[in-house]
Design a protein around this ligand. Structure first.
Ligand SMILES: [Cu+2]
Length: 675
C-alpha cells in the first residue's frame, strides 16, 4: 500500500478508534446504570463494541508500522504519544473490562464492589463495578481522542510543550473520572472535578504554547537577517543599472524595455462565460515578454487598479508586484512585498531590472495577495531565447489557467480559450510548445499523434531527453515543460486534464494520450552532479502538513511546515557558497508544489529512489512523498519559499530562506501581503 493510502487510512482509523472506544464506554456506563436483568443486553452491546474497538486499534497499530517504513516523520507523534495513550489502556480494557462485560458480572455481584455503593449514584451502579469496568474503557476513549489531538495539534516534530499539554489533559481527565466513578466524598465533588479539568486545560494550553500571540516575524528576527539593520540590505542587491549596460560588457548589448500596467479587464471566453479580471496592459494573460540571452530587461510596473474606498483601506486598494517565477533574479528584483519591496499601490510605479542570462521558459505574476491576484489574471509569460537560436522553427508559448471553474488555454499571449484551440503548423516542422501551468493545481498533460520529448523542465534543458509515445505528464502548479516534436502529416492533440486543449492540424482529432505518467525525476540522462554535492554544508527538513497552528494571529487549521505556519516558521539561514540538502516530506493529504525563490534546486531523489538531478524551481510533493533536493547558495538575499498552491501559501505554507548578513528593511506593515 502506498504511503499516501496509509496516511488516508490512518486518518479514517484514528476517528474510528476514538468513536469505537467512546461508544464502548458509553454503552458500558449505560449498562451499569440499568438494573441487572434489563442491562444485560446493553452490556452485551458494550462487549461487542469493545471487541470492535480492539480490532480497529490493532489496525491502527498495523498502519502505523507500515507508515514507519516511509520514515520517522510520518509516525513520530503516533509512536511516542498517540499509540501508547490508547494501546496501554486498551490492553487493560481487554483484560479487565471485556471479560466482566461478557460474563455480566457487572450486574452487581458483591465481590465486585467491596467499597460499597455511594449515595449519590443512581440505583443499579455499584461503585466498585463502575471503576473496574468503566474506568479502563473511559481512559481508553480519552487516549483515543488524545490520538486525534496528536495528529491535528502536534504533527511533526513532537515538541515537549505539545506532548506535555496532551499528557496533562489526559492525566487530569483520567483522575477526574476515577473520582467521579468512586464513592462520593461531598456533593460538590463533581463540580470540583469539572473545575480542575478547566484549570488543567488552561494550564496545558499555556505549557503547550499552542496559542501565543501572532507576532509577525518573531522567528524571522531570530533568523538573524533582520536584526536592527546590520549587514547588507536586500535593497542593495539590485539588477544592473542602465549605465552598466553600455559599459565594458559591449555596446552591442540590448536593453529591452517593457511597461506593464495593472488594470481591470473583462475576460470573455469563447463558450460565452465572462469574468472580471485584473490584467497587465488590458490583456489576460499579460503580454509575452520575449527577450534574448544577454539582454538587459527593464520592466516598469504601473498600478492602475482602482483605489478601494472602504474605511479600512481608503487610499490603498489592490497592491501589485511582479515576481519572475523561476527566473533567478537578484534579490531586490524578486518582487515579494514585505521581503524585497513594498507593494505598489494604485497610482504608484516600480522598476525591475535584470540581465537575461538563463535561456528558457518562465512566467511572471503579482506576489501581493497572490492567492487572489494570480487566479484573477495578474500574470504573463517570459521567454528568454538562447543566444544561439533553438533548433525548432516553430516555437509557441502556452498558458494553462483556470478562470472561475473554466480551464483555459492561451497560445502566444492571445485571449484564453475554454474550447479546443486550433494551431496549423507545416508538416515536417520541428516544433517547441512551451507549456506553463499558471494555475494553483497540478495538471496532467497528454500529447498524442506524434512522438515527443520533454526538451526542458522549468526553463532548463533536459540532457538526454528521449522520445515519448502516448505518455502523459504531471505538471506542477507554476511548473513548465517545453515539449518538442516534428509535425507529422496527421493531427496532434494536446490534452490538459481530461480536456482537449490544442489541436495541431485538424480537423480530425487523434485519441488522447492514455499512457503512463512519466516520472519526471527519472527522465533524461542522470546528470553528473557537481563535486560539491558529495557533502553538504547544511541540511534542513521541511515537513509539510495540515495542522492546528497560529496563522494570521489566530489558532486555525493551517498548512504548516514543521508544525508552524507563516510567519512563525523558523527561517533557514545559509551562508553564501554553501551547499544545502533539503528534505521535503509531505505527511498531509494535499499535494504541495514547493517553490523556493531565487534558486533552482537539483532533484536528488524521490522516496529514496535516486533522481537524474534535473534542476527545478517548482516541484510537486505528493502526499506521502519524500523529496531530497540540493541547493547551492549562490544568490544572496532574503527569499520567499512557499507552496505554489497559493491558497496553501495564504493558509500558512510560506517562509523565508535567508543568507547570513543580509537584512531586509521591509515587513508585513504597509499592507504588504505576499500570499
Ligand atoms: Cu501546498
Amino acid at each position: 500500500m502506498t504511503t499516501a493510502r496509509l496516511i488516508a487510512l490512518d486518518q479514517i482509523l484514528f476517528v474510528l478508534v476514538a468513536a469505537a472506544w467512546a461508544a464502548t464506554a458509553g454503552f458500558a456506563l449505560t449498562g451499569l446504570r440499568q438494573p441487572a436483568a434489563a442491562g444485560r443486553r446493553t452490556r452485551l452491546i458494550a462487549a461487542a463494541s469493545c471487541a470492535a474497538a480492539i480490532v480497529v486499534t490493532a489496525l491502527r497499530v498495523a498502519v502505523t508500522a507500515g507508515l514507519a517504513g516511509a520514515g520517522w516523520w510520518f509516525v513520530a507523534e503516533k509512536v511516542t504519544l498517540a499509540l501508547p495513550l490508547v494501546v496501554v489502556p486498551a490492553l487493560v480494557s481487554a483484560a479487565v473490562s471485556l471479560p466482566r462485560l461478557l460474563r455480566g458480572t457487572a450486574t452487581g455481584s458483591p465481590s465486585d464492589f467491596p467499597a460499597g455503593i455511594p449515595a449519590d449514584i443512581p440505583a443499579g451502579i455499584p461503585a466498585g463495578s463502575a471503576r473496574i469496568v468503566a474506568f479502563p474503557l473511559l481512559v481508553t476513549a480519552y487516549g483515543a481522542v488524545a490520538g486525534i489531538a496528536c495528529a491535528v495539534v502536534i504533527s511533526y516534530p513532537v515538541t515537549a510543550g505539545g506532548a506535555a499539554a496532551v499528557l496533562a489533559l489526559f492525566a487530569v481527565a483520567s483522575a477526574a473520572t476515577w473520582r467521579l466513578l468512586g464513592p462520593a466524598r461531598s456533593p460538590r465533588h463533581a463540580w470540583q472535578a469539572a473545575g480542575t479539568c478547566v484549570l488543567a486545560l488552561a494550564l496545558a494550553l499555556t505549557i503547550g504554547g499552542g496559542w501565543p500571540s501572532g507576532h509577525l516575524h518573531s522567528e524571522h528576527d531570530a533568523g538573524g537577517h533582520d536584526a536592527g539593520g546590520r549587514g547588507v540590505s536586500v535593497d542593495l542587491l539590485r539588477g544592473p543599472a542602465p549605465a552598466a549596460a553600455g559599459g565594458p560588457a559591449g555596446a552591442r548589448e540590448r536593453i529591452r524595455r517593457f511597461t506593464l500596467t495593472a488594470q481591470p479587464a473583462t475576460v470573455r471566453l469563447p463558450s460565452g462565460g465572462a469574468a472580471e479580471a485584473w490584467s497587465f496592459n488590458g490583456q489576460v494573460p499579460g503580454p509575452v515578454l520575449r527577450v534574448r540571452q544577454g539582454d538587459l530587461v527593464e520592466v516598469v510596473l504601473r498600478n492602475r487598479l482602482p483605489v478601494r474606498e472602504s474605511a479600512e483601506q481608503a487610499g490603498t486598494g489592490q497592491g501589485v508586484t511582479i515576481h519572475w517565477h523561476g527566473y533567478d533574479v537578484p534579490a531586490a528584483e524578486d518582487g515579494v512585498p514585505g521581503v524585497t519591496q513594498d507593494a505598489v499601490w494604485p497610482g504608484q510605479t516600480h522598476v525591475y531590472r535584470f540581465r537575461a542570462e538563463d535561456a528558457g521558459t518562465y512566467w511572471y505574476h503579482s506576489h501581493q495577495n497572490s492567492s487572489v491576484a494570480v487566479p484573477r489574471g495578474l500574470f504573463g509569460l517570459l521567454v528568454v531565447d538562447p543566444a544561439t537560436p533553438v533548433p525548432e522553427s516553430e516555437d509557441h508559448v502556452l498558458a494553462l489557467h483556470t478562470f472561475g471553474s473554466r480551464p483555459t488555454l492561451s497560445v502566444d499571449g492571445a485571449a484564453p480559450s475554454d474550447l479546443l484551440t486550433h494551431l496549423p503548423l507545416p508538416p515536417g516542422a520541428r516544433t517547441r510548445l512551451r507549456v506553463v501551468n499558471t494555475d494553483t493545481q497540478p495538471v496532467v498533460l497528454g500529447l498524442s499523434g506524434a512522438p515527443y520529448r520533454i526538451a526542458a523542465v522549468d526553463g532548463g534543458d533536459v540532457p538526454g531527453a528521449t522520445d515519448l509515445d502516448g505518455a502523459r505528464l504531471h505538471l506542477a502548479a507554476g511548473g513548465r515543460y517545453d515539449l518538442t516534436f516534428t509535425v507529422p502529416s496527421g493531427p496532434v492533440l494536446l490534452t490538459a486534464g481530461n480536456r482537449p486543449a490544442l489541436l495541431v492540424n485538424g480537423p480530425a482529432t487523434p485519441p488522447p494520450a492514455a499512457g503512463p505518467v512519466v516520472d519526471i525525476t527519472r527522465y533524461g540522462t542522470p546528470a553528473a552532479l557537481p563535486a560539491r554535492f558529495d557533502r553538504f554544508d547544511r541540511e534542513t527538513t521541511w515537513v509539510l502538513d495540515k495542522t492546528l497552528a497560529v496563522s494570521g494571529g489566530l489558532p486555525r487549521l493551517a498548512q504548516t511546515v514543521n508544525g508552524k505556519a507563516w510567519p512563525n516558521i523558523p527561517t533557514p539561514v545559509v551562508r553564501q557558497g554553501e551547499t544545502v540538502r533539503i528534505r521535503v516530506v509531505n505527511r498531509g493529504t494535499d499535494t504541495h508544489p514547493m517553490h523556493p525563490h531565487g534558486h533552482h534546486v537539483r532533484i536528488l531523489s524521490r522516496n529514496g529512489v535516486p533522481a537524474t538531478g534535473l534542476p527545478m524551481d517548482t516541484f510537486d510533493v505528493a502526499p506521502g512523498e519524500v523529496w531530497e533536493v540540493a541547493l547551492v547558495a549562490d544568490n544572496p538575499g532574503v527569499w520567499m519559499s512557499h507552496c505554489h498552491d497559493l491558497a496553501h501559501a495564504a493558509q500558512g505554507m510560506e517562509f523565508h530562506l535567508a543568507y547570513e548578513g543580509v537584512t531586509t528593511p521591509y515587513d508585513m506593515t504597509n499592507g504588504n501581503h505576499p500570499a
